[in-house]
Design a protein around this ligand. Structure first.
Ligand SMILES: [Zn+2]
Length: 255
């Protein structure tokens, strides 16, 4: 990192910390704790990182709930670990510029914000700082870089959590109201309604009812979804005929 990049990097870091500090980091931690299963899907929808994917493969046992809970604790720990690196790096930056380690509590996003603000606008500043040695100069630059990189990654991860939970919240009512084709459901099938044209039916059942004035026999729905193509007219005619016959029980009662 060039000397001219130090202040812009710290400014950018402060922006990210400000964003995180508006209850977003804590909010993400709460969400991770509250919705363990959904968070596994974050990795899936975001492509996941190699580390998470590998762990999932290694973990690969057949207890999805257990996996999800482990994934949740894992992700919580990862957010917290990253925040800790950010706080420590910010403290190192301030400690280096001021020549001593501040004694007030570190380890919070607010603390990191204060530390970085102090090196820009405090009574000692990073621009006025004279490196006592080359290792000290490198150490400071490294700490600024680390703080910046980890903070932007943390922001990205927190954004993912918040955006995902917003998506889930928005998607929930629709999912609860999810209904299936009223005709196919007679045969126990869950077939999506062809919403472009029909309010209650899949395309096959809707089209059939539109032309024949009645829904197809349920045997036709079952055949369609087993074979992936529409049954022939003569098949349907046979099923309608069979449907019209009294069932064995009714026949016995009638006899
Ligand atoms: Zn149907």
């Amino acid at each position: 990192m060039k000397p001219s990049e130090l202040v812009p990097a710290i400014n950018a870091t402060i922006c990210h910390l400000d964003w995180l500090n508006a209850d977003r980091y804590q909010g993400a931690l709460r969400l991770v704790a509250a919705v363990p299963i959904d968070l596994e899907q974050i990795g899936a929808s975001a492509g996941g990182d190699a580390e998470t994917r590998d762990r999932r493969v290694i973990g690969g046992h057949s207890d999805p709930t257990g996996d999800a809970v482990a994934g949740s604790a894992d992700r919580q720990a990862r957010l917290a670990d990253r925040a800790e690196i950010v706080c420590n790096a910010a403290r190192t930056v301030r400690g280096t510029v001021y020549g001593y380690t501040p004694t007030n509590a570190a380890g919070t996003i607010t603390g990191a914000l204060v530390d970085l603000t102090m090196v820009l606008h405090g009574h000692r500043t990073i621009t006025a700082w004279q490196a006592p040695s080359e290792p000290a100069r490198l150490g400071l630059h490294h700490a600024v870089q680390l703080c910046h990189d980890e903070t932007s990654t943390l922001r990205y991860e927190v954004e993912q959590v918040l955006r995902y939970s917003a998506t889930v919240a928005a998607g929930r009512p629709a999912q609860r109201e999810r209904r299936y084709c009223a005709s196919c459901s007679r045969g126990g099938l869950e077939v999506d309604i062809y919403v472009d044209r029909y309010a209650h039916f899949c395309r096959f059942c809707g089209d059939y009812k539109a032309s024949e004035g009645r829904v197809p026999p349920d045997a036709a729905c079952i055949w369609l979804h087993r074979h992936g193509k529409n049954p022939r007219g003569d098949q349907i005619a046979r099923w309608i005929f069979e449907e019209s016959l009294p069932s064995p029980v009714q026949r016995r009662r009638g006899a």
